[in-house]
Design a protein around this ligand. Structure first.
Ligand code: EPU
Length: 423
């Protein structure tokens, strides 16, 4: 197992290229199962989650090639409809093969993913949606078994849940409905840019989807889909993470992020500006500098277009040393605050209660050995360590490798001192 040693006192400058979006790439890779023809997908980030997804596709019988960010998948024949526990347990997002398998094979057997450290991760909305299209479901031996021997039928489906919309649930229903008979209407659909990217991919394959990016999506089923070439959207969460690195540690000239989609980052940019950080946009480029007198903020993570839950841990790292009081609430995953306990070990003044972190900024954090608990928590610890006093050791960095492409190398390119060593 590897650990990162992060030297504090970082002064960052220069330019960083943002990778393609992990959370857009994963369902798009799953959607390649919907056609026998070849799909070419560009800007697929080389992270362990996309590697797991490719293993699942290969396991199902698809031919997969990967060369510097471009993935080619040809799922001409599939040898089954089962995504086994060994692979699913490594990555929750494997659940998004359920919709495509059901549409193409009239059956899907996907191991129940179980809970995870960011909280309970139920699948009721996925099942509600797919059952709405006519599938039957049962749980047997830890697997969700869905079947629709006579094919799926379009229907009106409400996907709103207790915590709002569901991103992968919307993806699953969309991917199943594209080959269903008749028209499907999804109410309460997730509006995240990753859902829009998937809809665009499916439409290029020949699907008829309208309204992606709003809470009302209409899908007219078609008989078959064809091969396609597609470039994945930039990763807005990776970009947001680097914006916070800049807010924390940029030198006089700031840092510049290239190959981003600033429109996807509006909520994050607004918060950073309200805290006093200069953020400038020029086309697909963003530059952020230090604030002369940074102030805290009160933010709430909610479904898009609001502040993303996948950025709240990184925001906690920024607020840990921002003068005054900040409040971070997560309505989507109220238990997603493990990073706060670790940051407290670095001297942060944070109390967490009922899905809300109250943070009193301290002058400076100090290095400590800390443990990454999930993907975004590990990014938050890495950010916190950049300006801490001393050298911070971050253990269990495999979490960060699940979703950030070469994050240590990218930070080193901006001037940080980080070593990756065997723990
Ligand atoms: N929910 C249900 N029932 C369901 C599904 C979800 O109640 O059947 C609840 C969840 O418990 C949560 C809320 O609905 O409270 C939203 O969960 P959602 O289904 O939208 O999450 P997801 O689709 O499984 C994706 C991202 C997550 C991101 C969430 C929320 C991917 C691969 N994952 O997960 O990303 O946090 O949407 O935006 O797209 C990450 O990248 O670190 C990550 C965890």
């Amino acid at each position: 197992m590897e650990k990162l040693i992060v030297h504090g006192n970082a002064k960052l400058s220069g330019t960083v290229n943002i990778s393609g979006s992990k959370n857009a790439a994963l369902p798009i890779l799953a959607a390649t199962l919907l056609t026998r023809e070849k799909c070419v997908i560009r800007r697929v980030p080389d992270v362990s989650d996309t590697n797991y997804m490719l293993q699942i596709l290969q396991n199902l019988g698809a031919e997969v090639e990967r060369a510097s960010g471009t993935v080619t998948v040809k799922a001409e024949t599939l040898n089954g409809a089962e995504a086994p526990y060994d692979l699913v347990r490594k990555m929750r997002a494997s659940i998004c093969v359920m919709g495509p398998l059901l549409a193409r094979m009239k059956e899907s057997i996907v191991s129940l993913p179980g809970g995870c450290v960011i909280g309970d991760r139920p699948v009721d909305l996925h099942l509600r949606g797919l059952e709405g299209l006519g599938a039957t479901s049962k749980v047997e031996g830890g697997n969700m078994i869905l079947s629709s021997p006579k094919g799926l039928r379009g229907q009106e489906i409400d996907l709103r849940g207790k915590h709002g919309t569901t991103v992968l649930g919307t993806d699953n229903v969309m991917m199943a409905a594209v080959l269903a008979k008749g028209t499907t209407i999804i109410e309460g659909a997730a509006c995240e840019p990753e859902v829009v990217d998937l809809a665009q991919f499916l439409n290029k394959m020949g699907a008829k989807i309208q309204g992606a990016g709003t809470s009302h999506i209409e899908i007219t089923g078609v008989k078959e889909l064809g091969g396609v070439e597609h470039t994945v959207i930039p990763d807005r969460i990776e970009a947001g993470t680097f914006l916070i690195a800049g807010a924390l540690a940029a030198g006089k000239s700031g840092i510049t992020l290239r190959r981003v989609e600033p429109d996807h980052l509006t909520a994050v940019i607004e918060v950073l500006k309200s805290c006093g950080y200069p953020v400038e946009r020029q086309g697909k480029t963003l530059t952020i500098g230090r604030a002369s007198r940074p102030i805290g903020a009160n933010i709430t993570a909610e479904p898009y277009p609001h502040f993303p839950t996948d950025m709240q841990a990184q925001m906690c790292a920024l607020f840990a040393t921002t003068p005054g009081l900040s409040v971070v609430k997560d309505t989507i995953f109220p238990q997603r605050f493990m990073h706060c306990s670790e940051m407290k070990r670095m001297g942060a003044d944070i109390s967490v209660d009922d899905g809300t972190a109250v943070i009193r900024g301290v002058d400076r954090l100090s290095a400590a050995p800390v443990m990454a608990s999930d993907l975004r928590a590990s990014a938050a610890l890495l950010l916190a360590a950049l300006t801490a006093k001393g050298n911070t050791e971050i253990h269990r960095v495999y979490h960060i490798d699940r979703g950030y492409e070469n994050i240590d190398d990218k930070l080193i390119g901006l001037g940080a001192e980080i070593e990756r060593v065997q723990a």
